[in-house]
Design a protein around this ligand. Structure first.
Ligand SMILES: Cc1cc2nc3c(=O)[nH]c(=O)nc-3n(C[C@H](O)[C@H](O)[C@H](O)COP(=O)(O)OP(=O)(O)OC[C@H]3O[C@@H](n4cnc5c(N)ncnc54)[C@H](O)[C@@H]3O)c2cc1C
Length: 375
């Protein structure tokens, strides 16, 4: 089997079909990369009265933001108690709270889009079960919404407030709203050079006071100065035809987060992970699904979940992992900030940092990004 990189389960409707940028434009803010992180920055900047131009190398939502697992999770990539150990209790708590607040904002913006069922972390070994206990204890100590869980999926942690959503539709809806509000957005406009106040695409040029680079899985190639801080990985998924063989009421994270699945309202299962099974080969910019990882996902689907429904989708996309597991929010060149390095969990964090940079530039309010800045 050599799987091809097909449409994600989420692909719906016709593409937006926006034009490519040709010629010169000027703006207050130029956003490079129109996944959910970039689009959130665009929307917030427009809301604050700025003239905004956004460009993407491909289609809007064509990167990880429209092709992911659809989990909306609070927190950083490390589990809460690990984040406390790494970043200190006060800072870990502050960062977690910031993501909880961001989920509230996302839900307030698009209430119909998010299903807030909570999420499960399920242990697959005794060691992991003990780790789940540590997670619950640390979250309780800091008054965060989690409890021990013992149910049909297994034992672990139930985190309240998390949820699921349709990632591609969210990107589409954000782009539509940004266009209505006056943003200028361009597809098929690969950025080839960024300098202070200037962004160059294959056929165009934008001058802008502030530039935000929100290209997550392409950060290290577009901004080589970040190559020591982030590493690009391929994440893979599959999905099935609608089925009622199982009932999965909440998204599940299992095996230390390496595997994850959810069931859509129509019964389809979306299952991702097994990056560890793929080994070092998964540290790549290539987005072609592989037989090794897809085979492991299929085995999980059949044996762990007990689902026999036919597989209808197989896909992959790029993300970047940051070396210290803190997301990247950094001024890399004069007037040029980069966000990314979400280590596989950027749906909430990317929006938080995109929004945060718009506020910082346009209102001088850096409260959203401050907890994530490195010394
Ligand atoms: C299979 C998979 C499952 C995942 N599951 C989850 C999950 O359940 N929950 C979660 O929170 N996170 C998940 N993630 C991670 C999450 O999808 C990402 O962290 C998040 O989508 C990043 O969004 P973004 O907007 O920053 O980047 P992206 O969506 O990757 O967007 C970056 C954009 O930049 C564009 N670009 C790249 N280079 C250039 C250039 N030179 N010029 C112009 N544009 C450029 C790309 O075309 C792309 O559209 C998953 C990721 C994958 C791949």
């Amino acid at each position: 089997m050599t799987p091809s990189n097909g449409a994600a389960l989420w692909a719906t409707g016709a593409a937006l079909g926006l034009p490519a940028l040709e010629g010169e434009m000027s703006a207050d803010v130029c956003v490079v990369g129109l996944g959910a992180s970039g689009l959130t920055c665009v929307r917030e900047a427009v809301r604050l009265g700025a003239r905004v131009v956004g460009v993407d190398a491909g289609d809007i939502g064509g990167g990880a933001a429209g092709r992911n697992g659809g989990f909306m999770l609070a927190g950083l990539a490390p589990f809460y108690h690990d984040a406390v150990g790494r970043f200190g209790r006060d800072r870990a708590r502050t960062m977690y709270q910031a993501t909880l607040d961001e989920i509230e904002r996302i839900v307030a913006e698009m209430p119909a889009m998010v299903s807030r069922t909570g999420s499960l972390r399920i242990a697959e070994s005794r060691d992991e079960e003990a780790d789940c206990e540590r997670q619950v204890a640390a979250m309780h100590a800091d008054d965060l919404p989690a409890e021990r869980y013992d149910g049909p999926e297994g034992r672990g942690v139930l985190v309240h407030g998390d949820g699921t959503f349709q990632p591609y539709e969210r990107c589409r809806a954000m782009a539509d709203a940004a266009l209505r509000d006056g943003a200028a957005l361009f597809e098929q406009s690969r950025v080839t050079g960024i300098a202070q106040g200037e962004v160059r695409t294959q056929q165009g040029r934008i001058t802008a006071r502030h530039v935000v680079v929100a290209v997550d899985g392409a950060l290290d190639t577009l901004l080589p100065e970040l190559a020591a801080d982030v590493r690009t990985a391929r994440l893979q998924m599959l999905a099935t035809a609608p089925t009622r063989e199982v009932h999965v009421p909440r998204p599940v994270y299992a095996r230390w987060g390496y595997d994850y699945w959810q069931q859509r309202p129509d019964g389809a299962i979306a299952l991702g992970g097994a990056r560890d099974v793929g080994g070092d080969a998964e540290w790549t910019h290539d987005t072609m699904p592989t037989a090794v990882v897809q085979g492991a996902l299929e085995q999980r689907l059949r044996e762990r979940l007990g689902v026999d429904a036919p597989i209808t989708h197989r896909w992959a996309a790029s993300v970047s992992y940051s070396m210290d597991e803190l997301p990247i929010v950094r001024d890399v060149r004069d007037g040029v900030w980069a966000i990314g390095g979400y280590s596989g969990t950027g749906n909430v964090m990317g929006s938080l940092l995109g929004r945060g940079l718009a506020r910082k530039f346009l209102h001088g309010d850096d409260s959203l990004v401050r907890p994530f800045l490195r010394a």
